[in-house]
Every structure is written in structure tokens, then in C-alpha cells.
Design a protein around this ligand. Structure first.
Ligand code: UFG
Length: 344
């Protein structure tokens, strides 16, 4: 019998790519999502890539009654991958209570359910935001966490603490937090990808929508940083490579290969790339011009961050594989497949 994995937030950007990779690796995927920031049609994309339609339940996991009813219906889960969270940095500054309530309640509700129903394993979506602006680059897993720049970032840091403390108190539970750097790109089939609602906050969807003619021009937030070309530096990780890291983490948990029952890993490429280099890379790989202008810095942006991935490479046996150019091309192919009306 196939092992059942709950993908909470599985119709979202990273969740949908992870559902595909889990199914490709012989797992049975059950998606729970409240569809607050995703569309049910994502299931068609997953099905058309893998030939299998994942089981879907519309559930708000931040509501305890809904969570309990869900877990009663699915008593045979082996593990949970938890993506179901709000993720817009700016919105979290304006609506902190919404972020704390949603992101922390859903995690705590699921940890309660894990205890109650003997589900031993959790993989959690964390973020490099927990490092703030690090004093030393690249960041390793032992780089100290810093005070979060936003309520969103704080929910990631607090969530890591909640998992660490809970699995410590309940040694039959295991957790892995994956600290994502900047996930970008889309499935090479262009059947699933990132679908931001309204005006995108993130760089790549803003670029693809600009090139598609939906936005007029990209604003580059600052060229006066202390970096080689003056623009900010990030570690852009291909979303399919990132999805594969979740499969590896699940296998590590199922095979009891952890060094302790709480672990955390950097999931990035190890390469720092500037905003201007992303624009160049996009133009090179797609042959399209990216209209852009330099504007003032965006408040809250860290100057530069990129991962030391050697611990994840060695412990998980995972490595990012895609080239930046192929990843940028995949983002553009996905955009080209979308109808303009969908993103307006
Ligand atoms: N940028 C622009 N113009 C835009 C959008 C972004 O110049 O229109 C720049 C930003 O200033 C930054 C880079 O592109 O230098 C990447 O910005 P994103 O908004 O795409 O990503 P962030 O690095 O700000 O945010 C990401 C995740 C967050 C996470 C954060 C941690 O989206 O979830 O990393 O650093 F919290």
C-alpha cells in the first residue's frame, strides 16, 4: 500500500510542486487547503503531469474543529508537510494578528493532531528570513537566528521553536524544518507554477508579468547596496529542486535516519545572485527585454543572503540541480501559458 502524506497547503506554489514529486516517488498525496491563496484548478495541473489526481479536502487548518474532523477522516497518515501559511511580508506588517493567528494556530493544531493520532513525522516550510541580515556569508545552519524583520518572518522563527519544543517533549514525534531561500521558476511542463493574486511582491512574477505586458515596468529596489553591482543579492532556488528536498526529508523521516528528532536545513543553491543579474539572466534565457528602472530601496530588504548548503547536501543527499537560466525560462513559459485575465 502506498504511504499517505498530508500536504497542507498543497494547492499553493511550493505545495503543488511537492505533490507532483511525492506522487512521482510513489506516495499517496492528500492535499488539505483552504484555497485562500490558490485555485482548485491546480489539481488539474498536478493530475496532467503525474496521471494521478491527489485527494483534496477544503479545510482551514487554523480552525481546530475543522482540523480534528480532517484527521478523523484520514487515520493512516505517515507524515505531514506543512505549507499552509500566509506569506506576504508587507501584509504581515499591516495585519500582524492575522499572521500570528493563522500561521501559528494551523501549526499547533496539526501538532496536536500528530500527538492524538500517532502521526510521527512533520516537514515544515521555514525560511532564510530567520537569519535576518547575517553578519557572515554564506549562512550555515549554525549561523545565529536574528530578530525577525516582519511578523511573517517572526511566525517562521516561532514555528521552529514550537516544533523543537514539542518534539522534545514528545520523543515519538519528529520534525524537519527546511529553510528555503528564494524559490522561483515553475514545473518544466508549465502546467503548474506561481500564481500571485493581484500585483506581485516577489521579483520573478513581477518580471514575467512585466514582460507579458501586464505591468508597465519593473522597479529595481536600490542600486546603492554594498554589493558588486549595487543591487541586492539572494539565493534563487528552483521550485522543483526545492520540492525534491521535501521528498528526501520525508524519506529521511520514514527511514528513521535523523540524527535527532528535530533538524533544520538550508535549502538553496549556494550561489548569491543580484537583482540586475536576474534581469540579465532572464533576458539571456528568454530573449525578451525586461523594462526596468532603478528606484529607492524597499524598506525591510536585507542587503544580501545566500546559503551554505553543504550540511543539507551531505545529510540529506540532496543538491539543487537546475541552472539559473533554465529556471528563469521555466518561469517565463509558465507565464506565457497563463491567460492575462487570471492575474489582473
Ligand atoms: N525586488 C525588486 N523589485 C521588485 C521585487 C523585488 O527589485 O519588484 C528585489 C528585492 O528588493 C530583493 C529581490 O528582488 O532584493 C528579491 O525580492 P523578493 O520579494 O522576490 O524576495 P525577498 O528576498 O524579499 O523575500 C523572500 C521570500 C520571503 C522571505 C524572504 C526572506 O519571498 O517569503 O525572502 O529574506 F521572507
Amino acid at each position: 500500500m502506498k504511504k499517505q502524506i498530508l500536504v497542507a497547503g498543497g494547492t499553493g506554489y511550493i505545495g503543488s510542486h511537492t505533490a507532483v514529486e511525492l506522487q512521482n516517488n510513489g506516495f499517496e498525496v492528500i492535499i488539505a487547503d483552504n484555497l485562500s491563496n490558490s485555485k482548485i484548478e491546480v489539481l488539474d495541473g498536478i493530475e496532467s503531469i503525474t496521471g494521478i489526481r491527489p485527494i483534496f479536502e477544503k479545510v482551514d487548518l487554523s480552525v481546530i474543529e475543522e482540523t480534528e474532523a480532517f484527521f478523523k477522516k484520514y487515520p493512516n497518515l505517515e507524515a505531514i508537510i506543512h505549507f499552509a501559511a500566509n506569506k506576504a511580508v508587507g501584509e504581515s506588517v499591516a495585519k500582524p494578528l492575522m499572521y500570528y493567528r493563522n500561521n501559528l494556530n494551523s501549526l499547533m493544531n496539526m501538532l496536536e493532531a500528530m500527538k492524538e493520532h500517532n502521526i510521527p513525522n512533520l516537514v515544515f516550510s521555514s525560511s532564510c528570513t530567520v537569519y535576518g541580515q547575517p553578519d557572515k556569508l554564506p549562512v550555515t545552519e549554525s549561523t545565529p537566528r536574528k530578530e525577525a524583520e516582519s511578523p511573517y518572518g517572526n511566525t517562521k522563527s516561532i514555528s521552529e521553536d514550537i516544533i523543537r519544543d514539542t518534539v522534545k517533549a514528545h520523543p515519538n514525534l519528529n520534525g524537519i524544518a527546511l529553510r528555503y531561500f528564494n524559490p522561483i521558476g515553475a514545473h518544466p511542463s508549465a502546467k503548474i507554477g506561481e500564481l500571485p493574486l493581484g500585483v506581485p511582491n516577489n521579483l520573478i512574477p513581477f518580471i514575467t508579468q512585466t514582460v507579458a505586458g501586464i505591468r508597465q515596468e519593473l522597479s529595481v529596489f536600490g542600486d546603492d547596496y554594498n554589493t558588486p553591482d549595487g543591487s541586492c543579492i539572494r539565493d534563487y532556488i528552483n521550485v522543483v529542486d526545492l520540492a525534491k528536498a521535501h521528498v528526501v526529508a520525508i524519506e529521511r523521516l520514514l527511514m528513521n535516519k535523523q540524527n535527532s528528532n528535530y533538524e533544520y536545513f538550508n535549502v538553496g543553491t549556494g550561489e548569491g545572485v543580484s537583482v540586475l543579474e536576474i534581469i540579465e539572466g532572464f533576458e539571456r534565457s528568454t530573449g525578451e527585454k525586461v523594462p526596468h528602472k532603478i528606484v529607492a530601496r524597499r524598506p525591510g530588504d536585507v542587503e544580501q543572503i545566500y546559503a551554505d548548503t553543504s550540511f543539507a547536501n551531505k545529510s540529506l543527499g540532496w543538491k539543487s540541480e537546475s541552472t539559473l537560466d533554465d529556471t528563469l525560462l521555466s518561469a517565463w513559459k509558465w507565464q506565457e501559458n497563463l491567460k492575462k485575465e487570471e492575474v489582473k
